[in-house]
Design a protein around this ligand. Structure first.
Ligand SMILES: Cc1ncc(C[n+]2csc(CCOP(=O)(O)OP(=O)(O)O)c2C)c(N)n1
Ligand SMILES: [Mg+2]
Length: 346
């Protein structure tokens, strides 16, 4: 099969199959994600959150991709920058903050791991590693299991442009192509792997062009355009569900903040680069487009921002007042011995 690299046509927000109401809902999630993300950054500067990787600039791509899937049956393998995707899947702001503040009752790893790492049983998020690209072969395994079971579930696996340079990515895509697995490889290309620019990661123009080597389509899409991302993901998910195999989507996004709260990107990004990327802020772009299309008034937009601020303030007050895990639980969930002891198994 000849694989293709399609540049998605520049879609406008009026041409998609999403209803206007649904687009506003997606925007609402993006705004909530932005405020929560900003709050976590502040909590880090107050010494309360150990570290955070921001999704600022990636919000449209993440929310639109999830919208094109079926959370009642599909599987999601995320990485550390999936703040908005997690909200879109139904994680509550309190749950996210409990993770960043490592408070008692933290859902994903009982506060034993890096924030937002671990498994999320309620929204079917798989346990993932901070070691980049390890989620891709695991996702191929999940998709293989679905295929063997005869399930029509689709696996969505997220990764960055830097992760695309890892051997694991090649192995996962090669295997998925050979076995025509029901999987969507979703690359959020923000042109940086910490301080390493794209030109030092690959000698080709795009991540999507790699798909030709694996026998399935590769599609590039503007990751600041909610409708465009929704449409290409919907096509990829339908293809996978119909048994036709994988698709590689490359969404071009901006990493509006440094790599993590520990990084200073002014040391390796030019002032022009930073200035240019700020013009591709997906929250602003989506707001402007919705308003231009008459789907959102200024008053409604302000109300969405006010509601998101309130929600984040309430969640912060709640979680900030919660206790840390008791010292007597220090080894729970850490070794199999302590787990056996906890469960009363000798
Ligand atoms: C195998 C491995 N090598 C190096 C690292 C250190 N590291 C953490 S994040 C990162 C950059 C990844 O960049 P990218 O995949 O583009 O994702 P982004 O953070 O830009 O979203 C690196 C090199 C790691 N976690 N795992
Ligand atoms: Mg990157």
């Amino acid at each position: 099969m000849a694989a293709t690299v399609n540049k998605s046509p520049k879609l406008t927000m009026a041409t998609g199959q999403l209803s206007g109401e649904r687009l506003v809902e997606l925007y609402r999630t993006m705004v909530l994600s932005r405020y929560l993300d900003e709050r976590v950054w502040l909590l880090n500067r107050q010494g309360k959150a150990a570290i955070a990787a921001s999704a600022q600039g990636h919000e449209a791509a993440q929310v639109a991709c999830i919208e094109a899937t079926d959370p009642s049956k599909d599987h999601y393998l995320t990485y550390y920058r999936q703040f908005t995707a997690m909200l879109a899947l139904g994680t509550e702001p309190e749950e996210m903050l409990r993770s960043f503040l490592a408070k008692d009752g933290e859902l994903m790893s009982a506060a034993r791991q890096f924030p937002l790492h671990g498994a999320h049983p309620r929204v079917d998020l798989f346990n993932f590693s901070n070691v980049i690209a390890t989620q891709l072969p695991q996702a191929a395994g999940v998709a293989l299991a679905d295929k063997l079971r005869g399930s029509d579930a689709v696996t969505i696996v997220y990764f960055g442009d830097g992760a695309a340079s890892q051997g694991d990515t090649h192995e996962a895509m090669n295997f998925a192509g050979i076995h025509k697995l029901p999987i969507v490889f979703f690359c959020e290309n923000n042109r940086y792997a910490i301080s390493v620019p794209l030109s030092m990661q690959m000698a080709v123009d795009s991540v999507a062009s790699r798909a030709v080597g694996y026998g399935f389509p590769g599609v590039q899409v503007d990751g600041t355009d909610v409708v465009a991302v929704y449409e290409v993901t919907r096509a990829a998910v339908s293809r996978a569900r119909a048994g036709k195999g994988p698709t590689l989507i490359e969404a071009s996004v901006e990493r509006l903040l440094p790599h993590t709260t520990d990084d200073d990107h002014t040391r390796y990004r030019s002032a022009e680069d930073i200035e240019q990327m700020s013009r591709r802020d997906p929250v602003k772009i989506t707001s402007e487009t919705l308003r231009r299309r008459g789907l959102l008034s200024e008053v409604e937009d302000e109300a969405i921002h006010a509601e998101a601020k309130r929600r984040v303030n309430t969640a912060t007050d709640t979680v900030d007042a919660e206790p840390y895990p008791g010292v007597e639980t220090m080894f729970d969930h850490v070794t199999s011995d302590s787990a056996r002891k906890r469960d009363g198994i000798s």
